[in-house]
Design a protein. Structure first.
Length: 580
């Protein structure tokens, strides 16, 4: 399902026609031109044109209402008689769609880079997009790195006719919280739902597909369910590890594969591999992206492709529907502090401020807890992703700060939080994560990495029906105090080894922190890029603060690896694409 298209209506049609040599097929219909490649299907329907890039497990693509479709899709319908366009993306925008409307003309593309040469687009970074990237590590839709172009948000439809653009969201995760009762009965219901969903997403045949297998509970459960479905048909799991200790879960991945009879494939990624992949990294995503785990994701997809695999199943979404994110448990305790009577909370804050002057890590944590606990949500949830906001005065140049309000990213998050349809605070946070951490970050990463490797991906735990079912479960079945995935672990007790169910969550990161501290080549590349003349000339960041981040990380006084990687990814992308 790897493919791309570029569509132009009105005056934009000439631009698309001029880009036709980059695509396999070019079609002109009335005042529109469509260029497409790969798995894009173009059909004639009722005198109109239907362009579809999709991997559906349910739903009829001939039905123009996408709410019943299940899987991944971008759909474009053109009525050439009245020059009207109807576009839809799937419920989590697993495939991106960019748009630019001007007068009676419309441009659409599945890759932002196809639009950068358009004369209507200034090759300048949008300050607000840059600011969001510095805070979140990604650029959230509808924003893009260039101000004139927008990205369609998850579960959205776009209609264009007579020069008018109308966009609305046709679905949001519901949280009815109307399903409660006996734990054993609920666990069995959840287990049946999970197994049925995963099996529905199983590709046809025995060859050409496999599973991402990180060793975490989500990828391990998907692999195990598919392997146990038919023990005579081997399921292949693909994993990535690192020489540096503590950055992968290969032992757990092998354990999961052995327990269910899957075939394990693994590859180690080192610093040399990362340096060699840096030029590729810039090409993986169609706009700046600050999540370093793009590299292991690409390496894993490439390992699968080398084994003849063209489709992988991934566990993305499990944390956000079953309650596995560590931040949910942490927010439970922060929320307990916030719920204290105001006088008691004030005393706690005062004690925290005093503790904050101490040098011990414990005292610093006390100060951080009371400061964050005093905030309501989503403000306190945002404090995990507020790098540029927190260091606003020291990090940003006065000229750049004048163009982006300090609370711009927080306000964006507040708006999305307000739109979440849930009673419990936990469910509102989980809804926020589906809209942000999943749709805008994790799926962007996996899509870019897998597409570059020529591999398509399915996400069983983002199935709409499963998401809606878990939304019916009371919040306490997701997180209860410090216990995460309460009902999921009970449901998967006979699917996963106990060690995997009880292990501490590891994540799927890249040992950038170690390389920045101990590897001279990596440190030199980073320093030269971030303190070079090009980066300085942008006038965004104060070089003294960037130098301080590098110095403190090098000395081991603070881990700034995530923030440094964001700056590096942004600068490299800018140099490669917008500076040309």
């Amino acid at each position: 399902m790897v493919g791309d298209f570029l569509f132009g209506l009105g005056e934009a049609a000439d631009y698309v026609a001029g880009k036709g040599t980059l695509f396999e097929r070019v079609q002109r219909t009335g005042h529109a031109v469509l260029a497409s490649s790969g798995a894009v299907r173009v059909t004639q329907e009722d005198g109109g044109l239907h362009c579809l890039l999709a991997d559906l497990v349910a739903g009829d693509p001939r039905n123009p209402d996408p709410s019943g479709w299940r899987g991944r899709f971008v759909s474009l319908r053109l009525d050439p008689v009245v020059s009207s366009v109807d576009v839809a993306v799937d419920q989590f925008a697993t495939l991106p769609l960019y748009y630019l409307a001007r007068g009676g003309s419309l441009l659409l593309a599945t890759d932002l880079r196809h639009l950068l040469d358009c004369p209507w687009v200034r090759r300048e970074a949008d300050p607000l997009a840059v600011y969001h990237l510095l805070n979140f590590g990604f650029i959230p839709a509808p924003h893009t790195i260039v101000g004139e172009v927008r990205r369609l948000q998850p579960a959205s439809r776009l209609a264009f006719a007579d020069g008018r653009l109308d966009i609305h969201r046709y679905w949001r995760p519901p949280y009815a919280e109307d399903l409660d009762g006996d734990e054993d009965s609920l666990a069995e219901q959840l287990r049946e739902r999970i197994v049925a969903t995963v099996q529905r997403y199983r590709p046809e045949g025995d060859a050409g597909w496999g599973c991402f297998l990180s060793g975490g509970t989500d990828s391990s459960s998907i692999t195990s369910i598919l392997a146990r479905q038919d023990p005579q048909r081997t399921v292949h799991g693909f994993s990535i590890g690192f020489a540096e200790a503590g950055y992968d879960e290969l032992d757990f991945a092998r354990m999961a594969a052995q327990a269910c009879g899957a075939q394990s494939h693994a590859r180690e990624v080192g610093r040399d591999d990362t340096l060699a992949l840096l030029p590729t990294l810039i090409d993986l995503c169609d706009q700046p992206f600050g999540n370093a785990s793009t590299i292991p994701s690409y390496s894993c997809a490439h390992l699968a492709a080398d084994s003849g695999v063209t489709m992988l199943l991934a566990g993305d979404g499990g944390d956000e529907i079953f309650g596995g994110n560590e931040r949910y448990a942490k927010d439970h305790w922060l929320g307990s502090f916030h719920a204290l009577p105001r006088p008691l909370r004030a005393v706690g804050q005062a004690m925290g401020r005093v503790a904050g002057h101490g040098r011990s890590l414990l005292l610093q944590r006390v100060a951080n807890f009371t400061e964050r606990g005093a905030l309501p949500n989503p403000d306190r949830f945002y404090t995990d992703e507020s790098f540029a906001s927190e260091y606003y005065d020291a990090l940003l140049t006065p000229a750049f700060a004048a163009r982006v309000p300090r609370d711009a990213s927080l306000d964006f998050l507040r708006e999305s939080y307000t739109d979440c349809r849930a009673r419990s605070e936990l469910h509102r946070l989980m809804c926020l994560d589906l809209d942000f951490a999943i749709a805008q970050c994790d799926l962007v990463k996996v899509h870019g990495a897998s597409r570059a490797a020529g591999v398509s991906v399915r996400y069983p735990y983002l199935d709409v029906d499963l998401v809606e079912f878990t939304g019916r479960l009371a919040a306490r079945w997701k997180v209860h105090g410090s216990r995460k995935r309460v009902l999921f672990k009970r449901a998967m007790a006979d699917v996963l080894p106990r060690a995997i169910l009880e292990k501490r969550k590891q994540g799927f990161g890249l040992p950038v922190a170690v390389w920045l501290t101990h590897d001279a080549t990596f440190r030199e590349l980073t320093r030269d890029t971030l303190l070079g003349e090009r980066a300085r000339s942008r006038g965004w960041l104060q070089p003294a603060q960037v130098e301080k981040l590098l110095r403190e990380h090098d000395a081991g006084s603070w881990d700034w690896s995530g923030e440094i990687w964001r700056l590096l990814a942004l600068e490299l992308w800018m140099e490669h694409y917008l500076d040309r």
